[in-house]
Design a protein around this ligand. Structure first.
Ligand code: SF4
Ligand code: SF4
Length: 449
């Protein structure tokens, strides 16, 4: 584990409000809004769409149809005309199809007050369906359809009467040390996050719900409010030290939660179901407000952008228009990175559109950054020394790029990698260690199919 102070550049950033970004005059809505599935469009070139209308709904990945019963539908972020369906670079670096919509016509619900529904009477099954239809993604780790994940657990429960429903865990802080979105939402939408969590706990029919936060930074609602939404479910607030990294990945959240529950003499669990605060807010909006996932809170940060801050941005807005709205670049940036400086991804095309899995965008100057060019491994051993899982990232990398097939023991060890990105951050030769491990993991998954 590494102290946050040593690895974070923007750790002291605190925001108390956000701005609403301009709606995109040309929205580029990717058909791949999660880390797994490309969706099939329901519209064609020349069609007119309304704000919030479903424009893609079924998984295209035929091999994964069985596991894609409740995909996250995709909606038009603006009213307008479909100009094209074409390939664009996505924030994950892949060239994938997107729907291009020219904004025109009347907005269906922006600027109008939305009624709050009494969701407490809704059944688990109908809530799963709604989460799927409203396009909610669980952005806790790998962004996936929340409804699909919940359905997997319900299926296991139906198959096995001895199955123990895992506790629901809500991470209220960001995994990445430079990103503050999860914390911003936890602090500023505490009621919605709590109700969103209650909605999910009801679907799971779990007995325990654990909010996990930084020390002295979040409070549970009062007893009456808890009883109103959660009746027999036990609600816990687990405060933890987040001054170290890694801190928010599934593995660490699970470890801390199970240890905590043990200390309360609750020993029956071996798994958890984890979400972050934005996922709870989106779930609340979907079920209590019938509001589809068409916008996102995103942190824009950096020394080469005129204005930093938190913006509520429609999906399909391009990076180019967001930067223009922020006053443009002070100087040509050395790098633009999404979702954190340690394990994030660099983007090179400003016409990349915002998708549901973007939480933060960092615009970085070359000041204070070492030379980014990749050189040969100097065998310093730093990547191995810093790896919390005791892996040998340099060996994995060199084996993958040698002429021999990837050795079996390597395929086995990489599954221990939590994708924290520390090996990359420390490597003086700028070798893409963690990206290579991810690449091999992809191969590994394909071999399992
Ligand atoms: S190998 Fe994986 S777990 Fe180890 S430092 Fe790199 S990203 Fe983190
Ligand atoms: S940190 Fe980089 S240079 Fe050092 S051993 Fe690992 S891969 Fe090689």
């Amino acid at each position: 584990m590494v102290s946050i102070k040593e690895i974070s550049k923007f750790q002291d950033k605190k925001y108390t409000n956000h701005s609403i970004a301009f709606f995109p005059s040309l929205a580029v809505v990717s058909l791949t809004q999660d880390s797994k599935n490309q969706m099939e469009p329901t519209v064609e070139k020349g069609d007119y769409v309304q704000e919030g209308q479903i424009i893609a709904r079924n998984c295209l990945n035929l091999s994964d149809k069985e596991n894609c019963k409740f995909p996250a539908f995709i909606h038009s972020p603006v009213p307008g005309k479909v100009l094209d369906i074409y390939n664009v670079i996505n924030p994950n670096g892949k060239k994938l199809p997107a729907i291009l919509i020219k904004m025109e016509g009347v907005f269906s619900f922006s600027g109008k007050k939305r009624e709050t529904l009494n969701w407490t009477y809704s059944q688990g099954n109908s809530r799963i369906k709604t989460l799927s239809q409203m396009g909610v993604i669980n952005t806790f780790e790998k962004s996936v359809s929340l409804a699909n994940q919940l359905n997997e657990i319900i299926k296991q429960k139906e198959k096995n009467i001895n199955f123990i429903t895992p506790p629901l865990v809500i991470r209220l802080f960001d995994n990445d040390p430079d990103t503050v979105i999860d914390k911003y939402i936890s602090d500023n939408f505490a009621k919605e996050v709590f109700e969103g969590a209650a909605i999910l706990a009801g679907i799971l029919e779990t007995k325990d719900i654990i909010f996990i936060s930084d020390k002295n930074s979040w409070n549970l609602p009062d007893e009456a409010e808890i009883k109103k939404y959660l009746k027999d479910i036990k609600v816990h607030l687990l405060e933890t030290n987040i001054d170290f990294y890694p801190r928010g990945q599934y593995k660490y959240i699970k470890q801390k939660t199970l240890q905590y529950l043990k200390s309360k003499e609750i020993n029956k669990y071996s798994e958890i179901f984890a979400v972050d605060s934005p996922t709870c807010l989106d779930s609340y909006n979907a079920i209590a407000k019938s509001y589809p996932a068409i916008d996102k809170f995103i942190q824009i940060e950096g020394d080469d952008i005129a204005t930093s801050g938190i913006f509520k941005i429609r999906i399909g807005t391009t990076f180019r228009s967001i930067f223009e709205e922020c006053g443009g670049f002070i100087k040509e940036p050395a790098k633009i990175i999404i979702n954190g400086l340690i394990s994030g991804i660099a983007i090179s095309d400003l016409d990349t559109p915002i998708t549901k899995y973007v939480k933060s965008i960092f615009v970085l100057s070359s000041r204070g950054f070492p030379d980014q060019r990749q050189t040969s491994c100097v065998r310093c051993g730093r990547c191995h020394n810093i790896c919390p899982e005791n892996l040998h990232p340099e060996k994995i990398y060199s084996n993958y790029y040698s002429d021999t097939p990837v050795k079996e023991y390597i395929l086995n060890t990489i599954n221990l990698c939590t994708e924290c990105g520390l090996c990359n951050a420390i490597c003086p030769s700028r070798i893409p260690l963690y990206q290579t491990i991810n690449l091999i993991k992809g191969i590994n998954d394909e071999q399992k199919l």
